[in-house]
Write a protein that binds this ligand. Structure first.
Ligand code: ADP
Length: 187
């Protein structure tokens, strides 16, 4: 199973992604987690990414594409993977398709779209801000991340719909309930 998780920030990609990891026994590749780890470690890549992340902007395509390619090349990703937070714009999606071909891997099977409305998204992210204190969970930055999602990432639904790969799941309800919806949508 080669899967892309699509959905606004706070739509539950990370949480549902972990459940999918346990279910399918394949790794999850999260560019957000990888970038936060690079920032925390103070690597050169982290330094380059930090300003964009703090402002709720997208990090340069070249940086995130490099992260994904390195990870997809590792042996445990050969039988499948779950992408969380990548691709985030059409250019990244095109590079991903080309990359899988070049690495001799099968194409993406499914793009699972977790649909959650903007008000619920803002509520969840403000709540997470209080609990986790992530640098980009501040109200103005949250609003900007949602705008970037709507402008740049949402159009990917069209990209994958043209390939008949999109499955939309309502991302509101209990965690287990949503997970069962995803499994059902993947059948
Ligand atoms: P969320 O979806 O909750 O906003 P993520 O953890 O997926 O958060 O990403 C946090 C930040 O990391 C993004 O706002 C962006 O700055 C950067 N980022 C993550 N993935 C990508 C990507 N594929 N392309 C560009 N920037 C990215």
């Amino acid at each position: 199973m080669r899967m892309v998780l699509l959905g606004a920030p706070g739509s539950g990609k990370g949480t549902q992604g972990e459940k999918l990891v346990a279910h399918f026994g394949i790794p999850k590749i999260s560019t957000g987690d990888a970038l936060r780890a690079a920032v925390a470690a103070g690597t050169e890549l982290g330094l380059k990414a930090k300003a964009a992340m703090d402002a709720g902007q997208l990090v340069d395509n070249a940086i995130v594409i490099g992260i994904v390619e390195e990870r997809l090349n590792q042996p445990d990703a050969r039988k499948g993977f779950i992408l969380d937070g990548f691709p985030r714009n059409t250019a990244q999606a095109e590079v991903l398709d080309e990359m899988l071909q070049r690495l001799g891997q099968a194409p993406i099977d499914r793009a699972v779209h977790l649909a959650v409305d903007d008000e619920e998204i803002i509520r969840r992210l403000l709540d997470r801000a209080e609990k986790e204190g992530r640098a980009d969970d501040k109200e103005d930055v949250i609003r900007h991340r949602i705008k970037v999602y709507n402008d740049e990432t949402h159009p990917l639904l069209d990209y994958y719909a043209k390939q008949d790969k999109v499955r939309t799941v309502v991302g509101v309800g209990g965690l287990e309930e949503i997970f069962q919806r995803i499994l059902e949508a993947l059948k």
